[in-house]
Design a protein around this ligand. Structure first.
Ligand SMILES: [Zn+2]
Length: 456
């Protein structure tokens, strides 16, 4: 199980089944969520842009100790608390323009799948029941435990809050699959008995249902490697007898605030809503994406100001120098070279710092000139279709798009479908979606807030 960047080869030609661990909906989403999910949003959009058909699945943990506890503190029903924060999470994601997720899967919608998986573990002797009726996975039965992280012991950084303690466990790190009913807690009446699912099991139940026992990419924040992702491997590989559970693991690095861990006790805890009051989503996207996803990043006002300044340079270049109407055939070689280098950087495990260096070199050399034309516009629009932090002038964009749509409609009238498809794909690569309707062709730039435009 290599952690090296390797060429992406999905199980099924151009189809990618991509799962990312979602939030536990008991509180406001914070900057760590913003970082992880914005980086994955970009990665998935880039894979789609590159021609992959990505099914991007994210779970929502809507039953958990923390949810039950918080609901009790507020004296409300656990379900309404989970619903409230699920909605807040999804709204926050939309505020950040994180729109790539194909499906959010709520844990409680998969109780039958969870029960079925736990039952198979019991049948195979991989799990056991303790006196109160709770069911545990027996790690000693899975020889490969620890193969992802290279360890079987806890370390300081791990998301340890959900190592279940129970003095009847056989092994100290055996983890809970099914929690027996306790008075006052939500529960489901199932063939396993009355109770509720543990944490690790929801992911493999959801992915087995949606993807099957094996799939392409599993992502999540780095503190989930151990024990959460080791537990997922143990559960699914031992139940299915098929390995590996996933072909590629992608873990996002830690987010620190002014070089410190973000925590409520340190008083530096920031929610997505807080930070959006001060900084536009475009600055946040820029800042998260320019940091390579695997590396730890430091969140500071100085860093954000720097991101803001860099983004302003891009904005000003687009505003002052880029005219989509201008025929810049003389720039063809320069644009093609920048494009090639940009994508080469991204093909190396999404090396965004290097890709951005290419972009700024390009902008610097174009800025010397009087004007940049349609080739530059197309290159930047392409980047924006998967990174989504640039701002284009709507009139200038229309001036580029509309002649192409007219050319495409001409080709369609002449039944030159190869040409009309080629133009459609070219527009799509810039994030322009075309709709052929009875009233004529309409289009929309996916990342613009412009709505649908109609071409006569
Ligand atoms: Zn998970």
């Amino acid at each position: 199980m290599s952690r090296q960047a390797s060429e992406l080869v999905p199980m099924e030609n151009k189809k990618i089944k991509f799962f990312v661990c979602g939030p536990t909906v008991y509180d406001f989403s914070h900057l760590g969520h913003a970082k992880t999910y914005t980086q994955f949003d970009f990665i998935v959009k880039y894979l789609r842009w590159s021609g992959f058909d990505v099914n991007y699945l994210q779970n929502i943990t809507d039953i958990d100790d923390k949810i039950i506890q918080r609901a009790a503190e507020r004296n409300i029903d656990w379900r309404s608390l989970a619903d409230e924060f699920e909605k807040i999470y999804v709204d926050d994601m939309l505020s950040l323009h994180n729109t790539a997720v194909t499906k959010y899967a709520r844990a409680t919608d998969y109780i039958n799948s969870i029960v079925s998986q736990v039952q198979r573990m019991l049948d195979k002797g991989l799990a056991y029941r303790v006196a109160d009726g709770s069911i545990y996975f027996e790690i000693a039965k899975f020889g490969d435990y620890g193969k992802l992280s290279g360890r079987t012991e806890l370390q300081e950084h791990d998301a340890v809050s959900r190592i279940d303690s129970d003095d009847q466990k056989k092994g100290w790190n055996d983890f809970c699959l099914w929690k027996a009913f306790k008075e006052g807690e939500p529960s489901w009446d199932t063939p396993l008995g009355k109770g509720r699912p543990g944490w690790h099991i929801e992911d493999t139940a959801i992915t087995e249902t949606e993807f099957g026992p094996q799939y392409d990419i599993h992502g999540g924040a780095i503190d989930l490697i151990f024990p959460h992702h080791e537990a997922e491997i143990a559960q699914m590989e031992s139940v299915s007898g098929k390995a590996p559970l996933v072909r590629y693991w992608m873990h996002t690095g830690f987010l620190n605030i002014n070089s410190q861990k973000m925590s409520k006790s340190l008083g530096n805890f920031k929610t997505i809503r807080d930070i959006l009051k001060t900084y536009d989503y475009r600055i946040l996207r820029y800042f998260f994406i320019i940091n390579q996803y695997r590396l730890a990043m430091d969140f500071s006002d100085a860093g954000l100001e720097q991101a803001k300044n860099s983004l302003t340079r891009i904005d000003e270049f687009i505003f002052n120098k880029v005219d989509a109407n201008y025929d810049d055939s003389g720039d063809e070689a320069a644009v093609e070279e920048a494009k090639a280098k940009f994508h080469e950087a991204l093909s190396n495990d999404f090396n965004t710092p290097q890709a951005f260096a290419v972009l700024f070199d390009f902008i610097r050399s174009q800025n010397i000139k009087e004007i940049s034309g349609r080739r530059t516009f197309e290159f930047l629009s392409q980047i924006n279709s998967f990174m989504d932090f640039m701002k284009f002038d709507q009139a200038k964009s229309d001036a580029f798009i509309e002649p192409l749509i007219i050319e495409r409609n001409d080709a369609r009238t002449k039944k030159d479908f190869a040409k009309s498809d080629q133009i459609r794909d070219r527009l799509l690569s810039m994030g322009v979606k075309i709709y052929d309707t009875k009233e004529g062709t309409k289009y929309r730039m996916q990342n613009f807030e412009s709505g649908i435009k109609k071409v006569q």
